[in-house]
Structure formats: C-alpha cells, structure tokens
Ligand binder design. Structure first.
Ligand SMILES: [Cu+2]
Length: 98
C-alpha cells in the first residue's frame, strides 16, 4: 500500500524481526496490540521463535529453515520474551502496547 504521495503507509520493518547471525534484530520490538509480527530467518542455520518457558507466551514456531518465516498477531498488551530453542543464547522481546 502506498499513499498518493508515494510514501509507504507504514514504516518498513516496523512489524518485522530478522534472524541474522544468530541474533534477533531488533532485540526489542514495540508494536501496538493487533499487530501481526513476522520473523524471517536469513541464516544458513535453522532457528525457532519460542516463548520463554514458564512465561505463558504464545510464540511457538517450528524450526525455521533459511528464508522461512513465522508470523504471530499480538492481541494482548504485555512484554513477550522469546528465544531460539536450538540456540538458547538467542533471546529477544516483543513489547505490545495498548
Ligand atoms: Cu537459533
């Protein structure tokens, strides 16, 4: 979608997380409730997007191969910590605002 002025209707990447070099970028993504967030794996290694154990979080991707993507729509405000189950040192957070 573009506006008549040719500008994108939303900031590019505002709801996207790139998995690259064994890290989630950005490490903290802030979105409004109702936003669909998409993770894309650009690494040659597989990664997952998984809510931290015990957090009750909703993220539970399969292992994402290179160029695979995973999406989740956040409906409830809160702070959602997640990690990669294959490489538990990979951690990041989505903050959902009302
Ligand atoms: Cu990983």
């Amino acid at each position: 979608m573009t506006s008549p002025s040719g500008q994108p209707s939303a900031p590019v990447g505002a709801n996207a997380v790139t998995i690259k070099n064994f890290a989630f970028a950005p490490a903290t993504l802030t979105v409004k409730a109702g936003t669909k967030v998409t993770w894309s794996n650009t690494d040659p290694d597989a990664h997952t997007v998984t809510s931290k154990q015990g957090s009750g979080g909703p993220l539970q991707s399969t292992a994402l191969a290179t160029n695979d993507a995973y999406s989740y729509t956040f409906t409830q405000p809160g702070s959602y910590a997640y990690y990669c189950t294959i490489h538990p040192f990979m951690t990041a957070t989505v903050v959902v605002t009302a």
